[in-house]
Design a protein around this ligand. Structure first.
Ligand SMILES: Cc1cc2nc3c(=O)[nH]c(=O)nc-3n(C[C@H](O)[C@H](O)[C@H](O)COP(=O)(O)OP(=O)(O)OC[C@H]3O[C@@H](n4cnc5c(N)ncnc54)[C@H](O)[C@@H]3O)c2cc1C
Length: 343
């Protein structure tokens, strides 16, 4: 497609999932878009697990976030079609798994919250331990009970980012690898600041709450048990661990530490050891998988738990504060930014 200079120009600061998907949605809506991005070293979207968690992220007191996540998740199939790469989707459903009666009771309370949010019948079903294992035979015989959430899948976030950038390039968009000190220096008719944790340095009035998370990537080899088909979200004696399928293995996550220095992106031995111990407790065959990456990122949380997506002034917009749900919330955020750009 030919890009003409008569298009209005949108500059996006930040090339994570939020900046990139807002950029592509704006390009589809007729804007010429340039992304200014400092690179992947500080990018939460690079390390994320890629779960599209709505039911699994439903907690009492977070009804607004639950509704927004449900709305955003409904946009995902259209985005996958737009990107033209079905392999971005790595799982369609989730199994919630408890290892003890107390873990089972914890899951039961979350299920009560979810059912009270009027989710359609059959989306979340309770299972006995053997029924959980009938869905995923590689899970441990220690599994006590669980729930099956239909339509609660996962994406390969790195493949997603690559796909979004390639579609943006087809629309004439560019990614400029650079650090931006002041958004006043960035050209463009409109500027969107979507710099994750970096947003506060550009807009000091936007206060973010950093939450560090360590996460692992494991690769299957020929001796290993197959990769589960479902996302597995387990409660193991009071701790959380999740296993997210990839084409060649699994992502195992994630720890959560608050408060934390916004620059602490080191994966520590203790976090890695806990994640591996809990993941192997739930899926013993994981022992033969190869550990190929241990990393950590900072979730850019907001004070009230909801993303900050708004116009700042005539030329400037912001989209940040997506906390632990940035992948889930990216489509709704992009739709809102396009609305704001349209005035
Ligand atoms: C361990 C972990 C697991 C997670 N798992 C999930 C999950 O399963 N599902 C889910 O929905 N969410 C998950 N999240 C949350 C999700 O990753 C974030 O909410 C989301 O990535 C935030 O995206 P973003 O684009 O706002 O920020 P980022 O991805 O951090 O991107 C910000 C970009 O801005 C750039 N930047 C910053 N400052 C500047 C500047 N001054 N100039 C130029 N560029 C700048 C950075 O280089 C970076 O590329 C997880 C997060 C972590 C840490």
């Amino acid at each position: 497609m030919t890009v003409t200079q008569s298009r209005p120009v949108l500059s996006v600061i930040g090339g994570g999932v939020i900046g990139s998907m807002c950029a592509l949605a704006a390009a589809d809506a007729g804007w010429h878009v340039d992304i200014y991005d400092a690179g992947e070293a500080t990018r939460a979207s690079e390390v994320a697990g890629g779960m599209l968690g709505t039911l699994g992220e439903g907690h009492p007191g977070e009804e607004g976030l639950f509704a927004l996540s449900a709305e955003s998740t409904a946009w995902w199939p259209g985005w996958i079609e737009r990107l033209g790469d079905p392999a971005i989707v790595t799982a369609a459903d989730t199994l919630f798994v408890a290892t003890t009666a107390a873990d089972g009771e914890y899951l039961r309370q979350l299920a009560q919250f979810v059912w009270a949010q009027q989710v359609p019948d059959g989306r979340l079903t309770g299972l006995r331990g053997r029924q959980v294992r009938a869905h995923e035979p590689s899970l441990s015989t220690r599994v006590h009970s669980g729930y099956r959430a239909l339509g609660e899948g996962a994406l390969d976030n790195r493949r997603l980012l690559a796909g979004v950038r390639s579609r943006l390039a087809e629309r004439g968009g560019h990614v400029h690898r650079m650090w931006v000190d002041s958004f006043a220096d960035v050209p463009g008719d409109q500027v969107l600041i979507a710099a994750g944790m970096g947003t506060s340095a550009l807009l000091p009035d936007v206060k973010l709450v950093p939450a560090k998370g360590e996460i692992l990537r494991l690769r299957r080899n020929r001796q290993s048990v197959p990769v589960p088909r479902n996302v597995i979200r387990a409660r193991v004696e009071g701790r959380h661990v999740y296993l997210v399928p990839r084409a060649d293995g699994l992502v195992v996550g994630a720890t959560q530490y608050e408060p934390v220095s916004p620059d602490d992106r080191a994966a520590h031995a203790g976090g890695v050891a806990d994640l591996l111990a809990d993941a192997i407790a739930i899926m013993p065959g994981l022992r033969t998988y190869e550990l190929i990456e241990a990393s950590a990122g900072i979730r850019p949380g907001s004070a009230d738990g909801l993303p900050v997506v708004e116009r700042i002034d005539d030329r400037t917009l912001v989209a940040t504060g997506h906390g632990r749900n940035g992948i889930v919330l990216a489509p709704a955020t992009a739709a809102r930014i396009v609305e704001l750009l349209a005035g």
